[in-house]
Design a protein around this ligand. Sequence first.
Ligand code: BTN
Length: 304
Amino acid sequence: MERRERGGRGSRLAKPPDAPTPERVLAGLDTALFRQLVYLPETGSTNDVVRAEARAGAPEGLVVIADRQTAGRGRRGRAWDSPAGLGLWFSVLLRPTFPARQAPLLALMAAAAVRDAVAATAGVPVLVKWPNDVVSQDGRKLSGILVEMEADGDFIRHCVVGIGVNVNQALEDFPPEVRETATSLGLLAGGPVARVPLLQAILAGLEARYRRVLADGFGAVLDEVRRHSATLGRDVQVVETGGQAWDGRAVAILDDGALLVEPAGGGEARRVYAADVSIRETNAPTREANASIRPPGGGRATSR
Ligand code: BTN
């Protein structure tokens, strides 16, 4: 594996000439769903491109990949830095038949696929951080997922699953404000990582999990997320969408995808559906916390 090259901005990971073009990606991709791939050297946000195609009637399975995004975005309107040549920035179009309230679970499904692909292609053990991230063992963010949906009531018109993976950034390639919290696969692996095999593995893993979800529900995906969770058993800070913050311990991921958190000050465990959860460094990860813990009320951990 090549190690590093010297660039104008100091020591950088060498960039493999591996633009993820449809020809290259499809050459080694044995999926039935993801056959229509579009590669854009530059665009605003691949989520926007796919949403426009979805509104125009594109079938599910469309994949739009950009080498660079000029307006990449994450959850809660945050910017997602997407420099050329250094990452995987892509979105896929799905038209699932399950009810709209289950759509957020697609972020966990995608995170599970990314985690597995990273481990398989680069040999780097990483974890799923609820609800939409893949992080290194020491908690730095490697990948983020943004699911956007249009629905009529509980009928899903389409879902756009946007996936960003930091592949070959050196630390100085990240914006200063995320340098303490972000990482890339190249940094974790100790050298450049080829983007095409990684994208192929992610797409194959996404399709396999999606088919299983459509046939049997989210049970297997949730078990996979629990097995590889960065969040379960950890002391966390929960920041609600309204900005209210509180501390607790993450004790379970429920069958509807909610994170069950025991408040630090005592009281009944709370189900968290949409929030930012940061992991505090006050306790080591344990594997004791799992799905067998019952939600408040004592019933089975199923739906809301
Ligand atoms: C997050 O961590 O908040 C989610 C980040 C999602 C980034 C990806 S990159 C491809 C797609 N296009 C975007 O504008 N965002 C997603």
